[in-house]
Design a protein around this ligand. Structure first.
Ligand SMILES: C[S@@+](CC[C@H](N)C(=O)[O-])C[C@H]1O[C@@H](n2cnc3c(N)ncnc32)[C@H](O)[C@@H]1O
Length: 253
């Protein structure tokens, strides 16, 4: 299992992405319609998994990062015990896992599938999903549509300010685009301003891929899936590229 890149900055994750909530009702609705059990690959701190369990479903989550799973466990420990009992967290790699269940719904929210950098990694993950998907099950993979404006830049930088218990944290993100490998090398610097005026820096580095629409369609079809829908947003609007989102809904072919 490769080093889990999310460990170093796990403690900032929920703060940094606290405004990312619009996908949650989408996954909760699909979970209710499909029924238990539901599996999330790369569940992180439980941002999506916990609301699914709160809606009454048996929710399984796997992730490679101990620190992300630890934060999820802390949140689950604070839940009503009936909800907590419905959640199962497992440390595992999405390319190679075995669970004692078939799932009615398998989801990979928030562009997490893009952590699969090579063709082989993507294929391995889809095979594992197929193995664990109920015959009437659905798969949802939510990734971004690679915008040409973004890809013409070669590199870009963004800065965001967050606050943790009154402490200011400046998050600087550098993206470097590798066109040949269809990869984005990401470096994130979390600068935590200390009361004495000094800065404590945490550095998270990782690489993701970007995937084009027909590439994803071919991948899914090659690995034995049939695409049911491609949405461009959580309101289920038809994919149109401009929205920047590609949400693939697939079932076993
Ligand atoms: C962008 S976060 C998303 C977390 C959560 N799904 C959410 O929507 O908030 C990506 C997560 O995927 C996990 N991850 C990355 N590569 C993985 C792999 N090969 N197998 C399992 N989890 C992985 C990371 O540790 C991280 O927690």
């Amino acid at each position: 299992m490769e080093t889990a890149e999310y460990n170093v900055a796990a403690k900032f994750y929920d703060l940094e992405f606290k405004d990312v909530v619009e996908d949650i009702p989408f996954y909760v609705d699909y979970s209710i319609n499909q029924g238990s059990p539901v599996l999330e690959l790369g569940c992180g701190t439980g941002r999506v998994l916990i609301p699914i369990a709160e809606a009454g479903l048996e929710a399984w989550g796997i992730d490679v990062a101990d620190e992300m799973l630890l934060l999820a466990k802390e949140k689950i420990a604070r839940l009503n015990s009936k909800v907590a009992e419905r959640i199962h967290l497992i440390k595992a790699d999405m390319r190679d896992f075995t669970l004692p269940k078939k799932f009615k719904l398998i989801i990979i929210p928030f562009a997490t599938f893009l952590h699969m950098k090579t063709k082989e990694d993507k294929e391995k993950t889809l095979r594992k999903i197929r193995e664990h998907l109920d015959n009437n099950g659905l798969l949802i993979i939510d990734i971004f549509a690679p915008h040409y404006q973004r890809l013409t830049k070669k590199r870009d930088v963004s800065i965001k300010e967050i606050e943790k218990e009154g402490q200011k944290i400046v998050v600087t993100t550098f993206n470097q685009y590798d066109y040949k490998g269809q990869l984005i090398h990401i470096s994130k610097f979390y600068d935590v301003l200390q009361p004495n005026g000094t800065i404590k820096r945490f550095i998270q580095k990782f690489t993701i891929s970007y995937i084009f629409r027909y590439e994803m369609e071919h991948l899914l079809e090659k690995e034995g899936f049939k695409i049911v829908n491609i949405f461009g947003g959580y309101d289920k609007r038809v994919y149109d590229y401009e929205s920047g989102k590609m949400i693939f809904i697939a079932k076993k072919a």
